[in-house]
Design a protein around this ligand. Structure first.
Ligand code: ADP
Length: 287
């Protein structure tokens, strides 16, 4: 722990008696440290594509000046790097906006079944190109939740993007929408042999569940490579990525999911088995 001590004489001119005050500043220090780490990581993440861009500009001005084939290839890489920076900045802005109003409960009414369908429809061009099928299964409704529609679109979009990104071509992704009587019931219902399940929200951020509060769950399952147990607790850290997975992602998608679901006083569960697949479930309080 980190303590700050304040020492002062009891009376102005008498140093035989001292008052010592101790203040526990561990939490403040930790927050400060997290901020500093975040800034360092964000700068590093932005500098990598920028350095690559600068390098290619230099090459195009010198060695590759008269080589048309090399020029095309380098320009394609530069466009990709510029896209990466745009995505990173977009996600960083999203994250700071979400954090700003994280303590303000959302007030809209959102039909999650319709929202899931809209997001899935939006991915059709990509899935058709890659031969991946996205199946939507709907249990027994109603699926209305109290929430912020744009943010819930972002949650579903990020989970679906990951399922598609980390699945091989030709595999199926399933999105299931169901009601759960309680958060615990929802978690218990999802156990699969050999799979490890873990909540992505820290215990102190877990919803204080009002008696009788039902949940609507959106569960996104892929048949991709899955993840080893040790990665699961760290997935929602900013910029955390499982090694050896080159995806062009920003490493911020699940941090965004976590903060939005937190604001909605819901839960996020990840279940995974290496080589078999992954299910991410977002639980949101039913309206
Ligand atoms: P990214 O932009 O890198 O996808 P995320 O925060 O969305 O960032 O995810 C963090 C990491 O978690 C990813 O880099 C990937 O290693 C892992 N991951 C997320 N979803 C899946 C999934 N469906 N299957 C396997 N690994 C996943």
């Amino acid at each position: 722990r980190y303590w700050r001590a304040f020492v002062r004489p009891l009376k102005d001119d008498d140093v035989r008696e001292l008052v010592v005050m101790l203040r526990d500043e561990t939490d403040a220090k930790r927050t400060e440290r997290m901020r500093a780490d975040f800034l360092a990581n964000a700068s590093h993440e932005l500098r990598t594509p920028l350095a690559s861009l600068a390098g290619f500009v230099e090459t195009l001005r010198t060695h590759a000046k008269d080589d048309a084939a090399a020029r095309d290839k380098f320009l394609a890489i530069m466009a990709e790097q510029a896209g990466r920076m745009t995505r990173l900045i977009g996600d960083l802005l999203s994250l700071s906006r979400i954090e700003l109003n994280e303590h303000v409960p959302p007030s809209g009414v959102v039909d999650l079944a319709q929202t899931v369908q809209d997001v899935v429809d939006g991915t059709r061009p990509l899935t058709a190109e890659r031969g991946v099928t996205v199946e939507v299964e709907t249990g027994e409704g109603p699926f209305t939740v109290t929430g912020d529609r744009d943010q819930l679109v972002q949650v579903i979009q990020n989970l679906l993007d990951n399922a598609l990104k980390y699945s091989p071509d030709g595999k199926a992704v399933r999105v299931r929408i169901e009601r759960a009587a309680t958060l615990e019931a929802a978690r218990a219902a999802s156990g699969r042999e050999g799979w490890v399940a873990l909540s992505l929200l820290s215990p102190d951020a877990s919803p204080q569940q009002a008696a009788g509060q039902a949940f609507v769950a959106v569960r996104v399952t892929d048949e991709g490579r899955g993840m080893a147990r040790q990665h699961l607790p760290r997935l929602s850290e900013r910029f955390y990525r499982v090694e050896g997975q080159k995806s062009g992602g920003t490493g911020l998608g699940l941090a965004i999911v976590k903060h939005i679901v937190n604001r909605h006083r819901g839960g996020v569960l990840v279940e995974s088995a290496e080589g078999q697949g992954t299910t991410f479930s977002a639980y949101l309080p039913a309206a």
